[in-house]
Design a protein around this ligand. Structure first.
Ligand SMILES: [Zn+2]
Length: 497
């Protein structure tokens, strides 16, 4: 019962798959600027766990959503990508994954296996969350999950290939009731992460697994739901797989997920030093504190490099506070590490207790540094400045009104049909430009728009180019000098989607 855990996983906006995959593997916070790249995604340039896995000689197998291949073109030993672009297609990707998933569990040629289903996302987009296709998809996933766990169980006997396997099932983002996503509402950022391990951690270690997050459900069964930031995923997985943490990651190794993996407590019963009593909890805490030490060092290194090279940076006052937390934690750590060998009589329960509470203090000190910095980064990178947004909106409305006003004034001076009037010739062109600008302005207010923003801009630009070329050709003033650049721009636009 205690070898499985369910977390409420909190994503950061923008909640689109590409940005989420990026955040899950880099441990950083992608901004809205990245969203324009959501389609035709360029390979990730930041340090990430996939890169570290390959560097450490781990074999990665991927199946499902082909976004992974765009992000990591050369990282997989084996891959079975399926096109994810057609939202009306609920099954191609999922069926492809199902074909390869169970057979792969019997293979010995991978260290990390990624299976990315996406039928649920598409079912939400097309039919909404509360629909029959959605229920069918979820039932299908339940069945697959049962099959996967049964297979892993049967292969996890001592010496078996899945003895130390950790299964993680998660969503990269949520969706609104209509199936939209991209923004930062609770429905969009809240997803779940289910973790299952074939081995149960010792009771002493389980005591740190946030017992207070457990409740009894309607059937009297105990259900434990903890909360985890998606940002923490990259470092936690890195720590579990024993690979270096990604350079730009600002997450913290999640203790509950970390404790669930057998490797973090198994064979750890030798104690923290020669005179420490052999105790599961003390040994585990020591191990976790060590991981947090490396975790904090890596985040501090990133802070130093980022504040040294970024123009915007963080507020000096808050940065100082975070740095203070780090030095405090470091100073404390050297105290904890001092070998304190108790006299023979003092050994036992008392010493165990003091070692455990000293380590807890250390864990809290590192956690508070890491959490403070993640909070600072979040406020600087992903929160919205309402005042600036309001100013932008106002400028947009003002520009549309100004254009409309000019058109009305011109119309008052002369009618478009009045060939004698000098202004009459520009009225149709101005009306056309006004229509385009108004469409563009109105489209900015639509839901999930950030996904297609770049493409709509390109489409409107291309439309105006075609209209320009058409009107100059029909008016008989088509000149090569003016139109060749326009036509070549048109070609360029059509290649950028
Ligand atoms: Zn989607």
């Amino acid at each position: 019962k205690n070898s499985a855990r369910i977390f409420k996983a909190l994503a950061d906006p923008p909640t689109t798959s590409l940005q989420r995959l990026k955040a899950l593997t880099t441990g950083g916070l992608p901004t809205f600027i990245d969203v324009g790249n959501s389609f035709g995604a360029p390979a990730i340039v930041e340090d990430n766990i996939m890169h570290q896995l390959v560097k450490s000689g781990k074999r990665v197998v991927m199946m499902g959503d082909d976004t992974w291949i765009q992000l990591y073109p050369e990282h997989f030993n084996k891959s079975f990508p399926y096109p994810s672009f057609n939202v009306k297609d609920l099954d191609t990707v999922d069926n492809g994954v199902i074909d390869h998933l169970l057979p792969s569990l019997h293979e010995n040629d991978w260290d990390v296996l990624i299976a990315h289903f996406l039928g649920v996302d598409h079912a939400g987009h097309i039919f909404g969350v509360d629909s029959t296709p959605m229920i069918q998809k979820l039932e299908q996933y339940n069945q697959i999950l049962e099959d996967v766990i049964d297979t892993l169980k049967s292969l996890s006997t001592p010496g078996g290939p899945h003895e130390n396997t950790l299964l993680l099932v998660m969503g990269d983002h949520g969706q609104t009731l209509n199936g939209d996503h991209g923004g930062g509402t609770a429905e969009e950022v809240e997803t779940s992460l289910f973790a299952w391990s074939p081995k149960t951690p010792p009771d002493a270690v389980l005591s740190v697994l946030g017992e207070n997050s457990c409740n009894f459900d309607l059937h009297g069964k105990e259900v434990c739901v903890s909360t985890m930031q998606q940002l923490d995923f990259a470092v936690t997985v890195s720590a579990l797989l024993g690979i270096p943490f990604p350079f730009g990651s600002i997450g913290r190794v999640n203790p509950e997920l970390y404790a669930l993996s057998a490797g973090t407590w198994d064979n750890q019963r030798t104690g923290i030093n020669a005179c420490t009593p052999q105790d599961d909890l003390v040994a585990w805490k020591m191990r976790y504190a060590e991981v947090l030490c490396v975790n904090s060092w890596q985040v501090k290194r990133y802070i130093d490099q980022y504040s040294g090279s970024s123009i915007i940076g963080f507020s000096a006052e808050y940065l100082h506070h975070v740095e203070e937390l780090y030095s405090k934690a470091q100073a404390n750590w050297s105290e904890v590490l001092k070998p304190t060998c108790p006299s023979e009589t003092a050994k036992g329960e008392e010493f165990k207790e003091s070692a455990s509470s000293a380590l807890q203090l250390q864990i809290d000190a590192y956690s508070s540094f890491l959490e403070s910095f993640a909070k600072l980064a979040r406020s600087a990178w992903t929160e919205f400045d309402l005042w600036l947004m309001g100013t932008g909106l106002l400028l947009m409305i003002l520009s549309v009104i100004t254009q409309a006003y000019i058109l009305v004034r011109l119309n008052a001076v002369c009618q478009p049909s009045d060939q004698e009037c000098p202004s009459s010739r520009i009225i149709p062109k101005l009306s056309f430009a006004f229509t385009l600008v108004t469409i563009r302005a109105a489209s900015l207010l639509s839901n999930s728009y950030i996904l297609a923003e770049g493409r709509v801009t390109n489409f409107l630009l291309a439309t105006s180019c075609i209209a320009g070329v058409w009107s100059s050709a029909t008016n008989g003033n088509f000149t090569i000098e003016v139109n060749i650049p326009i036509i070549s721009m048109l070609f360029k636009l059509s290649f950028v989607h």
